[in-house]
Design a protein around this ligand. Structure first.
Ligand code: SAM
Length: 284
C-alpha cells in the first residue's frame, strides 16, 4: 500500500468507506518530492524525537520514522486511528497519540519522550490550516524545548511571517513570531500536491526558536500594546498612535521618537522590531 500517492490515498480511503474530512483540514500530501523536502529541512537524526501534528494516513510519519529515533504522531480523527495503527504496525519507533494537539499536555505527553530536560524536539507538520496560528503560538510558548519546526502553511501565512517592514504583509504576527524565532522559506507548494486540492497554495517554512531575542524588551506589556496599536491603525503616524492611545502626551511622544531618530510622521507599519523595542523601552 502506498499512502503517499494520489491513487494510494484514494484507495485507502475507499477501502474504509471514508472521505477526507474538510472541517479537520484533511488535505493529504500526495507528492513524494515535497515529503522529502520537509524531512530534509527537519534535519533529524536517530538521536532525535520528532513530533508530527496531524498524522493523517501516515505518509509523512513513515518518512520521519526512517530518519528519527522516535516519532510521536498526533491525530485527532478517531476514524483514522485504526488505519494508522495498521500502517505503523511494524514500526517500533512511532508512538501514536489519538487526540487534539491543542488540548494535550505537551510537557507530559510530548516532551516526556525526551531523555533529558535539556534535549529538544523537532516538529514536522502538514498543518490543518484552521489551527495554524494556535500551533505557532504553542511552539513559541514551548520554544525552549523545540529545536525547529518545519510546517506546511498557507502561502499567505508564509508571506506574513517572512514580510519586511513597510510591506503589505508586515503585521502583528510578523513582529511577534520573528522576535522569538527565525523564519525561513523552504519550498513553495502547489495546491495540486494534495488530495483533495485545497483552494489556496501552500508553502513549507522552518521556524527555529532563537536562544536569545535579537532585541531587548524591558516591559513586555508596553511592547505588546505599542505593536498592537501600531498595526491596528496602520495609516496613522507613529506620533498619533502614541498620543491617541495615551501612551505619551504629544511633547513626550515627539521627544521619544526624535531622540531615537524615528520621524514622528512615519507609520508604525514601517518600523522594524528593533524600532518598536526601542520606543517601548523609552516609554516604559
Ligand atoms: N500528515 C498527513 C499528510 O501530510 O498527508 C495529513 C495532513 S492533513 C493536512 C492534517 C491532519 O491533521 C488531518 O489528518 C487532520 O485530521 C489532523 N488534525 C486536524 N486537527 C487536528 C488537531 N487539532 N490535532 C491533531 N490533529 C489534527
Amino acid at each position: 500500500m502506498d499512502n503517499a500517492t494520489l491513487s494510494g490515498v484514494r484507495r485507502l480511503l475507499a477501502e474504509k468507506g471514508l472521505r477526507p474530512h474538510k472541517g479537520l483540514g484533511q488535505n493529504f500530501l500526495v507528492d513524494k518530492n515535497i515529503l522529502q523536502k520537509i524531512t530534509t529541512a527537519a534535519e533529524c537524526t536517530k538521536n532525535d524525537v520528532v513530533l508530527e501534528i496531524g498524522a493523517g494516513l501516515g505518509a509523512l510519519t513513515l518518512c520521519l520514522a526512517d530518519l528519527a529515533g522516535q516519532v510521536v504522531a498526533v491525530e485527532i480523527d478517531k476514524k483514522l486511528i485504526p488505519i494508522l495503527q495498521k500502517v505503523f504496525e511494524s514500526r517500533s519507533n512511532i508512538a501514536l497519540i489519538s487526540g487534539d494537539i491543542l488540548a494535550l499536555d505537551w510537557e507530559k505527553e510530548i516532551f516526556g519522550f525526551l531523555k533529558s530536560p535539556r534535549d529538544k524536539i523537532i516538529i514536522c507538520a502538514n498543518l490543518p490550516y484552521y489551527i495554524t496560528s494556535p500551533v505557532i503560538f504553542k511552539i513559541l510558548e514551548h520554544r525552549n524545548r523545540i529545536r525547529q519546526a518545519v510546517l506546511m502553511v498557507q502561502r499567505e501565512v508564509a508571506a506574513r511571517l517572512l514580510a519586511v517592514p513597510g510591506s503589505r504583509d508586515y503585521g502583528l504576527i510578523t513582529v511577534n513570531v520573528n522576535r522569538m524565532a527565525e523564519v525561513e522559506m523552504i519550498a513553495r507548494v502547489s495546491r495540486n500536491c494534495f488530495y483533495p486540492s485545497p483552494e489556496v497554495d501552500s508553502a513549507v517554512i522552518r521556524l527555529s526558536p532563537r536562544s536569545r531575542s535579537p532585541v531587548m524588551v524591558e516591559n513586555e506589556e508596553v511592547f505588546a500594546e505599542l505593536v498592537k496599536a501600531a498595526f491596528q491603525a496602520r495609516r496613522k503616524t507613529m506620533l498619533n498612535v502614541l498620543v491617541s492611545r495615551n501612551m505619551a502626551d504629544r511633547d513626550k511622544a515627539m521627544e521619544v521618537l526624535l531622540s531615537l531618530g524615528v520621524d514622528p510622521n512615519r507609520r508604525g507599519e514601517t518600523l522594524s522590531i528593533e524600532d518598536f523595542a526601542q520606543i517601548a523601552n523609552r516609554l516604559s
